[in-house]
Each structure stands twice: as structure tokens, then as C-alpha cells.
Design a protein around this ligand. Structure first.
Ligand code: ADP
Length: 256
């Protein structure tokens, strides 16, 4: 705790200043708390893969594993866990740039459909591998809108990658259309869905629904947090609706 609150009487400038300082103190306490929670979450996220890497490399170094398949399996685990750390560090880097406001939006007028299509065609092979079909429903006469192309590409990438990751099969529909003063982009999947009580939490840093069900899919729980930050920095909005075992729809609203 920074300080005890001192009761402030009166309405003059000094009292107003006192009030502002007290408010500032409360905000600092809030940030301090969320920073600590954040550091705890990062340490926790790093510890798990590091434990695997340390453990399996120790076994391999002892040199008494004779089966080549065992050796290969251990190396595969080490490799997979190292990738996890690498994803985590990349996401953290993106996030830190978002947080310190260092990231400046590099806006240029862009054709949103072309950007979406770039991501869709990149991810299509991964979808096909799982027997998932990606359907395009682009409104063709959308006007160009000012966006940070690189960041927005990351938004679509994260959302479509999730749609594939959290589907077993079925289809994904990517739609874009104009309504009132908004360009709207929808990414709809027929995947495992999200329980309604979890829905508000998925935007939080490191939040993953039901660790056991998502552990095997890999991921850091930072993707949607980054997505939301980027959309909001464009003065846009993103919402989700989802039904467990039926699928999820993420909807982005961008002002013209
Ligand atoms: P992750 O790296 O775990 O995918 P995200 O921040 O992208 O992190 O998503 C947070 C959590 O929200 C995921 O762990 C998953 O449980 C849930 N989620 C996100 N997208 C979907 C989706 N399309 N279908 C079902 N669950 C999803």
C-alpha cells in the first residue's frame, strides 16, 4: 500500500490537488497489482516448458537411453517446448510494444478483402489438413479504409488460426461487409465453442479456457488480448458469440 488516504476537506485548489494525488495513488496501486499478476503469469508460463526441456535433456545427457525412438521422442518434446517459449516471447514482445504505447499505428488506406485473403490463403493448407473448409463471403465493393496493414494482418491471422485450432472439422466462414458506417468482418467457425461463463475472460492476458482442453493445442493465451488492443487502437470494436460444441463467431467493427 502506498499511503493511507488522508481525508480532504473543502473545495479549494489545494483540496482538488489533494484529490487528484489520491486518485493517482489508487491508480498506481492498481497498476502495481496488475504488473505483479502479469509477472507471476509469465514466470508460470515459462516454467512449464523449461521443466520439460531441462528434464529431458538431463535424461539424454546421462546417455543411458539406448532406444533410438526414445531419443527421438525426447528430442521432439524438447523441440516442441522450445517452440512454445519462442511463441511466448514473440507474443510478449508484441504485447510490450502495445503496452508502452511504443507501437505507432502506421495507417494507410488498404483494401481489407485483399488483406483477409492473404491470411486465409496462408492458413488454408493447415485447415485442409484437419478437413476444415474455409468459405469466403467478401463484399466486393468495400471502400479502402485507413488501417495499420501489418497489425491488422496479425489480427486476422490470430483469429483464423484460432478458428482452425479450436475446430475438429467442419467449416470456417470469413465474411466482410458494409453496414451503416462500419466495415464488418466476421470469422465464424463450427468448432468446440466457448462456455458462456468463460466468454468475458478470453480477452485477458494468458487466459486460456480449460487448460486441459487447450494444453494440447498449444498457445499462449495472448492472441486475443493482442487482437483486442489492436482493434481498439483503431477505434474499432470486437465482439464474440459462441455456443459450446457448436462454434464461435468473432465480429470486428471498423469505422469508415
Ligand atoms: P491461445 O494462445 O490459447 O489460443 P488466445 O488469446 O488466442 O490464446 O485465446 C484465448 C482462449 O480462448 C483460448 O485458449 C481458447 O480457449 C479460447 N478460444 C479462442 N478462440 C477460440 C475459438 N475460435 N473457438 C473456441 N475457443 C477459442
Amino acid at each position: 500500500k502506498y499511503s493511507e488516504n488522508i481525508p480532504i476537506k473543502g473545495n479549494d485548489e489545494i483540496a482538488q490537488l489533494g484529490n487528484s494525488i489520491q486518485l493517482l495513488g489508487e491508480q498506481l496501486q492498481y497498476f502495481e497489482k496488475s504488473r505483479n499478476e502479469f509477472l507471476a503469469a509469465v514466470s508460470h508460463e515459462l516454467r512449464t516448458p523449461l521443466t520439460y526441456i531441462k528434464g529431458y535433456s538431463d535424461i539424454l545427457l546421462k546417455g543411458n537411453i539406448y532406444s533410438v525412438t526414445d531419443q527421438e521422442n525426447y528430442l521432439k518434446i524438447i523441440n516442441k517446448e522450445a517452440s512454445r517459449i519462442s511463441f511466448l516471447v514473440n507474443d510478449l514482445f508484441e504485447m510490450s510494444k502495445l503496452q508502452i504505447g511504443e507501437f505507432e499505428l502506421n495507417k494507410e488506406k488498404a483494401m481489407i478483402n485483399m488483406l483477409i485473403e492473404k491470411v486465409v490463403s496462408n492458413l488454408e493448407p493447415a485447415a485442409r489438413k484437419k478437413g476444415i473448409e474455409i468459405k469466403r463471403e467478401y463484399q466486393t465493393d468495400l471502400p479502402a479504409i485507413p488501417i495499420d496493414v501489418h497489425r491488422m494482418e496479425q489480427v486476422f491471422y490470430n483469429l483464423i488460426e484460432n478458428a482452425i485450432k479450436y475446430s475438429i472439422q467442419g467449416e470456417i466462414t470469413v465474411r466482410s461487409y458494409l453496414k451503416n458506417e462500419f466495415v464488418i468482418i466476421e470469422i465464424k467457425d463450427s468448432g468446440i465453442g466457448i462456455p458462456s461463463d468463460e466468454l468475458p475472460k478470453i480477452w485477458e492476458r494468458f487466459y486460456r479456457v480449460d487448460q486441459s482442453r487447450t494444453r494440447k493445442t498449444g498457445g499462449t493465451g495472448l492472441g486475443l488480448y493482442v487482437v483486442k488492443q489492436i482493434i481498439e487502437s483503431h477505434s474499432g470494436n470486437i465482439v464474440v458469440s459462441s455456443v459450446e460444441n457448436e462454434g464461435s463467431t468473432f465480429i470486428i467493427f471498423l469505422k469508415l
